[in-house]
Design a protein around this ligand. Structure first.
Ligand code: MN
Length: 348
């Protein structure tokens, strides 16, 4: 039995993680959950999971959660808030894995606090590792904690890398479904609306990452994420557009062999793998039907049309805090776009 803490439990990945935990109650016990705001979804999770702790971002949200759940019978959940709440939880509760599914750069502090306490980190919050990869790697190593990726591509790479040794590794091949606009003509980007960008063809995800997928900023962040997770040089990380989203990434070894990880485009796969590693949960996903899929395509991304790919590589080459700047600048403009303050191409 593994004791887990699901942070960002009401977001897209968090909700899937709760589903996985409820599917394997003999393997996983949810000891704590955390969310930015008190919502009906959070209340349902408290009733279903009866966690020892529930952490909210702010005191006002925590007070609201307390009063909204005070009438429930049999609920023994203790409410905490903010970073102090994370620290109190981590030192009081016997946690085996922290699943960090907080959205955006605000997830960084939990990754740091968890690793510092020697807790294994199932990492869905790629911004943590993009902003502070060097620091988190050092803290993890020093405290003997593992970082297991939950991002589907990096989960795939993590699985493929088990087929060989580091000196025999040639390159990583990150696949990208391409989002909704990979075949759009360059000039047509000015007409892209918020709703068009939020309509991802393959993955159902939160708003921030869906916009990032439409600009390929997400793949830029993932190049940086792969660099820090697997210690591979930027020039040995290739990106390929793969519209079917069946191959979640590949690893090429020095002998010319390429290992690919394939599965349904279902985030429960990477979540389940990170929580069951090194074992696997039986019956987690629907199996693939290759005859029905028919064919798999791979295309070179157009880096003129999607400049974020090269910007991310440039940020990585500059190093130091530049990946954090790339990450924050992107987050700032995604928020402005979602609030209808700027257009897709950046005009005010
Ligand atoms: Mn991904």
């Amino acid at each position: 039995m593994k004791n887990i803490f699901i942070a960002g439990s009401t977001g897209s990945v968090g909700k899937s993680a709760v589903e996985v935990a409820l599917l394997y109650p003999e393997k996983l016990s949810v000891k704590a959950i955390a969310a930015g705001h008190f919502t009906e979804e959070l209340k349902r999770q408290i009733i279903k999971l009866n966690p020892s702790y529930c952490i909210l971002s702010l005191k006002t949200e925590m007070d609201n959660a307390k009063s909204e759940t005070s009438g429930l019978t049999g609920i023994k959940t203790k409410f905490l808030c903010g970073e102090d709440g994370f620290s109190e939880l981590i030192s009081n509760e016997n946690l085996d894995i922290i699943l960090n599914a907080i959205s955006g750069s605000s997830g960084l502090m939990l990754s740091y606090l968890g690793l510092k306490a020697g807790k294994n980190l199932a990492l869905a919050n790629k911004e943590s590792i993009v902003m502070a990869g060097d620091i988190l790697n050092r803290v993890a190593k020093f405290n003997k904690a593992d970082i297991i990726p939950v991002d589907s591509e990096h989960s795939a790479l993590f699985q493929c890398l088990n087929c060989g040794n580091k000196p025999d590794l040639k390159k990583l091949i990150l696949t990208a479904s391409g989002g909704p606009f990979y075949d759009l003509q360059n000039g047509a980007f000015t007409g892209v609306t918020r709703d068009m960008a939020l309509n991802h063809p393959k993955w159902k995800m939160g708003k921030k990452i869906t916009i990032d997928s439409s600009t390929l900023a997400n793949k830029g962040l993932e190049i940086i994420e792969a660099h820090y997770l697997f210690d591979v040089d930027e020039k040995d990380i290739e990106v390929l557009i793969h519209p079917q989203a069946v191959v979640h990434s590949m690893v090429e070894f020095m002998d010319g062999s390429v290992i690919a990880q394939m599965a349904q485009a279902d985030i429960k796969g990477p979540i389940g793998y990170a929580l069951s590693y090194p074992d696997r949960f039986h019956g987690l996903m629907e199996p693939l039907n290759f005859a029905q899929i028919g064919r798999l395509e791979f295309l070179e991304p157009d880096t003129q049309k999607f400049p974020f790919l090269n910007l991310a590589r440039e940020a990585l080459r500059v190093g130091r805090s530049m990946p954090a700047v790339f990450c924050e600048a992107n987050e700032f403009f995604v928020k402005a776009f979602l609030e209808n303050k700027i257009s897709f191409t950046g005009a005010g």
